[in-house]
Design a protein around this ligand. Structure first.
Ligand SMILES: Cc1cc2nc3c(=O)[nH]c(=O)nc-3n(C[C@H](O)[C@H](O)[C@H](O)COP(=O)(O)OP(=O)(O)OC[C@H]3O[C@@H](n4cnc5c(N)ncnc54)[C@H](O)[C@@H]3O)c2cc1C
Length: 385
C-alpha cells in the first residue's frame, strides 16, 4: 500500500505519532493507516540522539501500559521538594499523602521513543494494512487520496515552522546528568532561582546520578554550556546549595530554547494536530509529553470509532464530526495544562518583589493546605478529562 492510498495518514514518528498509530491499530488492526517517519530506521541510530530525562506521570504510565510501551529503564519519584533559592517558602509532596505508588517517573526521551517503536512493531505484525514509511522529506509523498491527516511533527520551540500564539520566556534549559555524593533515593528537587527553575531529578542509573534541568537566560545558559566541568559544578553547587551533598561530575550537557507555542484551532477540515505539533510548553511542570500522549489516546479512540458498525463511516462528514468531537473533548485538558504551565513559567521566572513574596506564600499554602496540594498533584498526574 502506498502513502497515497490510506484512510489515516500520520506525519511524525516521535513518541506522540507512534503512540497514536499504536492505539488506532490496537483498537482496529484492519485500519488503513500510514505513518511517515523522518527518523532513522535503526533504533541504534537513535540511541545517542536525545538523552534528556522526561518526567512522565502515572496517568501516562497507565496509557503506555495498554500497548506494552513502558520502558524498563525508569526511575520512580516518591517525593518532590520545591523551594526558592534564598527566599522563604517550600513544599514537600510525598506519594504517601497522595496514596500513589509514585508521583511520577523519569525516563530518557530516547528510551520512550525506542520502546514505542518496538511496541508499534509488535502491533504492526498483526496489522495488514499499516504502512510505516521512513522518509527524508515530505516532497515525494503528497497524499492525494488520504481521508484524514494527523499532524504529529512535534518540534522544539523556535525550531518549529509555525508560530501561532504563545510566549517567548527568554529562557533556555541546560540539561545533563550530574553525579552527587549524598542524594535521597527517589527524591526530585525543584528549586526556583533568580533566573528560573532548576530541577534535579532521579535517574535509573542509581540514587547518586541525577538528571539536571537548569533554566536560565539564553546568554547565561550558553556560558554555562561552555564552562569547564569544574567551573560548571561550582556554579551549580552555589545555585542549588548543599541539600544533596557535593556535585561531583557532569556529563552530556545540552541546551534547549524554551517557550510556549500553541494552536487555537487543532482541527481544520480533515486535518488534526496533536502533541507538540498542537502545543509546545515550557518544561517547568513536566507536562508536554504527558499532554501529547493524552491527545494521541483520545484521538485514536475517536478515529477507531470510524471503523465500528456496519455503515461506512470513512466519509468526509463522519471524519469531520469525529475530529470536531475530538477537539471539543480536548478543550478543558489543553486549556488547563497550557494555562497552568504558562502561569508557573511566568511566576517562577519573575524577580519582582511582590511576585517573589506571593510565590513564597503559594508554596507555603501548598504545604499547609493538603486539598490544594492534592488537586494540583492530580492535575499533573492525570490531566483533566
Ligand atoms: C528540556 C525539555 C524538557 C522536557 N521535559 C518534559 C517532561 O519532563 N515531561 C513532559 O511530559 N514533557 C517534557 N518535555 C516536552 C516533550 O519533550 C515533548 O512534549 C514531546 O517530545 C512531544 O512529542 P512529539 O512526538 O509531539 O514531538 P517530538 O518529540 O518533537 O517528535 C516529533 C517527530 O516528528 C518528526 N518529524 C518532524 N517533521 C516531520 C515531517 N514533516 N514528517 C514526518 N516526521 C516529521 C521528527 O523527526 C520527530 O521524530 C520537555 C521538553 C524539553 C525541551
Amino acid at each position: 500500500m502506498s502513502a497515497n492510498d490510506c484512510d489515516i495518514l500520520i506525519h511524525g514518528g516521535g513518541p506522540v505519532g507512534l503512540a497514536c498509530a499504536a492505539w488506532i491499530l490496537q483498537k482496529f488492526p484492519e485500519a488503513k493507516l500510514t505513518l511517515l517517519d523522518r527518523n532513522p530506521i535503526n533504533d541504534a541510530d537513535l540511541a545517542a540522539a536525545d538523552s534528556r530525562g522526561i518526567a512522565l506521570s502515572h496517568g501516562s504510565k497507565l496509557l503506555l501500559d495498554t500497548i506494552d510501551a513502558w520502558p524498563k529503564d525508569c526511575a520512580d519519584i516518591h517525593r518532590v521538594h520545591v523551594s526558592q533559592a534564598g527566599r522563604f517558602g517550600r513544599a514537600l509532596m510525598t506519594r504517601e499523602e497522595l496514596s500513589q505508588e509514585a508521583l511520577g517517573h523519569i525516563i530518557r526521551y530516547r528510551d520512550i521513543h525506542i520502546t514505542l517503536r518496538q511496541a508499534l512493531r509488535n502491533i504492526q505484525a498483526k496489522s495488514p494494512k499499516f504502512a510505516w514509511q521512513y522518509i527524508e522529506d515530505d516532497s515525494a509523498h503528497v497524499p492525494f487520496n488520504t481521508k484524514c491527516v494527523v499532524h504529529a511533527e512535534g518540534g522544539l520551540f523556535k525550531k518549529q515552522d509555525w508560530v501561532e500564539s504563545g510566549r517567548d520566556y527568554g529562557q533556555s534549559a541546560l540539561v545533563g546528568l550530574v553525579e552527587v555524593d549524598d542524594a535521597l533515593p527517589h527524591q526530585a528537587w525543584e528549586r526556583f532561582t533568580a533566573e528560573g527553575p532548576l530541577a534535579v531529578l532521579p535517574s535509573h542509573y542509581g540514587p547518586n546520578i541525577l538528571n539536571l534541568v537548569w533554566c536560565g537566560s539564553p546568554e547565561s545558559s550558553q556560558q554555562r554550556l561552555q564552562l569547564s566541568d569544574a567551573d560548571f559544578l561550582n556554579a551549580l553547587q552555589k545555585e542549588f546549595g548543599s541539600r544533596i551533598g557535593r556535585f561531583l561530575k557532569i556529563q552530556d550537557r545540552r541546551l534547549y530554547e524554551l517557550g510556549l507555542n500553541y494552536r487555537k484551532q487543532i482541527t481544520k477540515d480533515n486535518e488534526v494536530w496533536i502533541g507538540n505539533a498542537a502545543q509546545t510548553l515550557h518544561p517547568v511542570a513536566g507536562q508536554g509529553l504527558n499532554l501529547g500522549l493524552r491527545d494521541a489516546y483520545l484521538l485514536a479512540e475517536k478515529l477507531a470509532g470510524l471503523y465500528s458498525g456496519s455503515v461506512d463511516k470513512k466519509t468526509p462528514e463522519h471524519i469531520h464530526d469525529a475530529l470536531e468531537s475530538y477537539a471539543s473533548s480536548r478543550k478543558i485538558d489543553r486549556t488547563t495544562t497550557i494555562g497552568l504551565t504558562d502561569f508557573m513559567a511566568r511566576i517562577f521566572t519573575s524577580n519582582l518583589a511582590p511576585v517573589v513574596v506571593a510565590r513564597g506564600l503559594a508554596l507555603s499554602a501548598l504545604q499547609w493546605l493538603p486539598p490544594v496540594k492534592t488537586a494540583l498533584a492530580r492535575q499533573m498526574m492525570f490531566g483533566r478529562r
